[in-house]
Design a protein around this ligand. Structure first.
Ligand code: P6P
Length: 354
């Protein structure tokens, strides 16, 4: 048996090793295992990457492809106008898991009930929870949008199709991440061993490792919130915004797409907040496929996330499309917002007990 080291002079080529560190390889490297579970996770992430590539391809040509943009004329379970891209992306995630034997159920912002892939049920051991296009109002004006995903193990065969095993807290997520469709397409994910970012190389058609073990700065300058809702917030949030307006060192950034705003905070630090409003006391964002997956990433990256009082990862969903207020980002920035909320609760308590 000829030892390849002897026959070929192999200098370590960093760029070659980087370009071959695909997502599926990275998953197995992190787990240091080739067990069936590890192989499952690797395969799951590969299929999510394929979905990301297909959606990115459609988005880059959306202005040129007939009927790619605009509205379908229908509303989704959230009462939101459904864009053609929402429908396309929703279907892409279903299609990439067909004939996989991996995922039996998919739960999405765009579907009132989970979708069960016939050939994968009940043997499919995993559930994909996803927002296929987050920030879809940005699609028609060519601004960044994203896909958010989480993977949970399916517990039991769910023969009554009530998916009750999904109504558990965020610690039941075994993987979570997002795909950001921006100037480049970036996939950020964690399987519980840190947060890692991959950039799509269109010439290779592969997501290539770009950053490992990303850590959110403990404090950052950015606060990301729709200040147009100021009139609908309670006093604690208004007091927090006044604090931001009156202290040096803060900058307001808000894109209208959660994924892009979170991605900025992941790298630069700060806080994203979507508080409850008078019209939507529980806020606008959905727990199972938006805030819980991002909370998983935030905590893996040394940051934090809550609904203002309870850690997001501890919140138990009561129904599939449950909304929650969201405060997420750098630990110190989140704590500052929470301190305003705590102060208001304290003064309300004292007022009611005087
Ligand atoms: P508003 C997009 O519709 C979304 O779900 C998030 O991506 C985004 O952060 C938020 O809603 C924007 O909502 O009320 O500020 O337009």
């Amino acid at each position: 048996m000829v030892d390849i080291e002897q026959s070929v002079d192999i200098d370590y080529d960093y760029s070659l090793d980087r370009d071959t560190t695909t997502l599926s390889r990275h998953v197995l490297q992190q787990l240091q295992s080739f067990s069936p579970d590890a192989q499952d996770l690797s395969a799951l992430m590969s299929r999510i990457a394929l979905a990301g590539k297909m959606i990115a391809r459609r988005l880059t040509r959306a202005g040129l492809v007939e009927d790619a943009l605009g509205f379908t004329g229908r509303q989704n379970v959230q009462g939101e106008d459904v864009k053609r891209m929402d429908v396309f992306a929703n279907q892409v995630f279903i299609s990439v898991f067909k004939q996989s034997g991996l995922v039996c159920r998919l739960a999405s912002e765009e579907m009132e009930e989970p979708y069960y892939i016939p050939e994968n049920c009940p043997l499919g051991r995993y559930t994909l929870l996803y927002d296929p296009i987050d920030g879809s109002s940005n699609v028609d004006i060519n601004l960044n949008v994203g896909s958010i995903f989480a993977i949970r193990r399916q517990e039991g065969e769910d023969l009554d199709r009530k998916a009750t095993d999904l109504f558990q807290d965020g610690h039941k997520q075994i993987a979570a991440g997002y795909i950001l469709y921006g100037p480049s397409t970036v996939l950020v994910y964690s399987i519980g061993n840190g947060v890692h970012a991959f950039t799509l190389d269109p010439s290779l058609g592969e997501f290539i490792l770009a950053a490992e073990n990303i850590q959110i700065p403990t404090h950052g300058p950015v606060y990301s919130v729709n200040e147009g809702n100021f009139w609908q917030w309670n006093d604690s949030i208004r007091d927090y915004l006044r604090y931001m307006h009156r202290h040096e060192g803060y900058a307001s950034r808000y894109s209208g797409a959660l994924v892009g705003d979170f991605h900025r905070i992941l790298f630069q630090g700060g806080v994203f907040l979507y508080p409850g409003t008078t019209k939507k006391p529980d806020g606008k964002l959905r727990l199972l496929y938006e805030t819980a997956p991002l909370a998983y990433l935030a905590e893996q990256a040394g940051g934090s996330a809550s609904d203002g009082t309870t850690p997001m990862m501890d919140i138990v969903p009561k129904e599939l499309h449950q909304r929650v207020p969201l405060f997420i980002g750098s630990r110190e920035n989140v704590e500052l917002v929470e301190s305003f909320i705590k102060e208001q609760k304290r003064s309300e308590f004292e007022a009611s007990h005087d």
